[in-house]
Design a protein around this ligand. Structure first.
Ligand SMILES: O=C(O)C1=C[C@@H](OP(=O)(O)O)[C@@H](O)[C@H](O)C1
Ligand SMILES: C=C(OP(=O)(O)O)C(=O)O
Length: 420
């Protein structure tokens, strides 16, 4: 395990300047997959290059797709529209999107595909997606309920309707929707119950599918019908990452600065942009925040809440327990490390008792990131106001925002690095 630490030195000034967040992880990984499923050449611009998207690109290459990288934000994808069985398991690190999306997509082709990830991914549940695919006649197994998943693909599904329980992850639904357009007949995806975290990610999926020539019809709020169009190659501009933007918005309000992201909060189509209003309300954030539709923004909001005038209760966040780590636990451990009593768990709710007096204080807090990029990036915000906050394993930000520390540095933030 990486024991390096990085201590943020609270800047003596407000943070001002221009920092563009990188391209959206969610959209880049959808666009890469759909470009790989399309026959022809697609050009994806404004893309994110980070661990999560490079694992997706690498997996496509291993299945015979050509993925070129002419510059730091472009992928050029040339495909026959078919995935060939790879020689080795597809290794996807801890990229939930790549793992879930590819598990369904490979079922549309022929041969043996093994979808695997790192030790964290091997603890993240995939059983609901696996059993839905099995109900469609796909020969598939994941003995632990988590990756590795082995798919003996036989050219698609033998039924034209599936029911999926998306309580643990909306990515299962996105995975089925994207694969279904490669089928032979119209296909219906139906939710078991209407509960789904971050429904906005489904909207991202259907928008991306449409851009690559698919036809999806939403019926009510729990059923989608996908036409068997396959995909067409497209040139696609990817918007900046809204989850990455939350750290910059947080840095701005905490230091009373002005950071120009080059994009307004209202211009994002990603769910986490909803958190902007709550961040902008700091230090008078709402007493209760329902995180169900902006889950990846919760670490940012929870760390801000530690400096808020009044307490904040976070609800609707139960599936934060099955992200890159148990984020409810990691947040409460980290906050209590800064000051005992700063946070508590009540069932799956997180309550953060605001303490504006933390600003300007010196503490001695080593933050265990559990190798989770969002825990590292959000606790760095605490370091902007409180001295002595050391982030362990800071390089884990490479999952979605490899330039994060440089971005803060460009705004005048200094760090003290210690090798482990
Ligand atoms: O579809 C997507 O791009 C994502 C969906 C969300 O995950 P879950 O659906 O697992 O909650 C989110 O947390 C993840 O970072 C990206
Ligand atoms: C949950 C996340 O990622 P994923 O599920 O795509 O691994 C995230 O980026 O916060």
């Amino acid at each position: 395990m990486n024991k390096d630490t990085l201590t943020v030195i609270p800047p003596a000034h407000a943070l001002t300047g221009r920092v563009m967040p990188p391209g959206s992880k969610s959209i880049t990984n959808r666009a890469l997959l759909l470009a790989g499923l399309a026959r022809g050449t697609s050009r994806l611009t404004g893309a994110l290059k980070s661990d999560d998207t490079l694992y997706m690109a690498q997996a496509l290459r291993a299945m015979g797709v050509t993925v070129e990288e002419p510059d730091a934000t472009t992928f050029v994808v040339t495909s026959s529209g078919t995935f060939n069985p790879p020689e080795k398991p597809l290794f996807l690190g801890n990229a939930g999107t790549a793992t879930r999306f590819l598990t369904a997509a490979v079922a549309m082709f022929n041969g043996r595909f093994v979808v695997d990830g790192d030790e964290h991914m091997r603890k993240r549940p995939i059983a609901p997606l696996v059993s839905s695919l099995a109900s469609l006649g796909v020969e598939i197994e994941a003995p632990t309920g988590c990756p590795p998943v082995t798919v003996n693909a036989k050219g698609g599904f033998t039924a034209n309707r599936v029911v999926i329980d998306a309580g643990l992850s909306s990515q299962y639904v996105s995975a089925l929707l994207m694969a279904a357009a490669c089928g032979r007949e119209p296909f219906t995806v139906e939710l078991a119950g209407s509960a789904i975290g971050a429904r906005g990610y489904i909207t991202l999926t259907t928008a991306c599918m449409t851009a690559f020539g698919a036809e999806v019809r939403e019926e009510g709020n729990a059923r989608w019908v996908i036409a068997p169009t396959g995909y067409s190659a497209a040139d696609y501009l990817i918007e900046p990452d809204a989850s990455a933007a939350t750290y910059l918005w947080g840095a701005e309000v905490l230091t009373k600065g002005k950071i120009d992201l080059g994009v307004a909060a209202t211009e994002f189509s990603q769910p986490d942009a909803r958190s902007y209003d709550m961040i902008a309300a700091f230090p008078h954030m709402p007493a209760e925040i329902d995180g169900s539709q902006m889950q990846d923004a919760i670490p940012t909001l929870a760390v801000l809440a530690a400096y808020n005038e009044t307490p904040v209760r976070f609800t609707g966040i139960e599936n934060l327990r099955v992200k890159e780590c148990d984020r409810i636990r990691a947040l409460s451990l980290g906050l209590n490390n800064i000051r005992p009593g700063l946070a508590r768990e009540e069932g799956d709710d997180l309550i953060v008792t605001g303490d504006p007096a933390l600003a300007g204080m010196t503490v001695s807090a080593l933050i265990d990131t559990f190798a989770d990029h969002r825990i590292a990036m959000s606790f760095a915000l605490a370091g902007l106001k409180t001295s002595g906050i050391a982030i362990e394993n800071p390089s884990c930000v490479a999952k979605t925002y490899p330039n994060y520390w440089d971005a803060l540095g460009s705004l005048g933030v200094n760090f003290e690095r210690k090798p482990g």
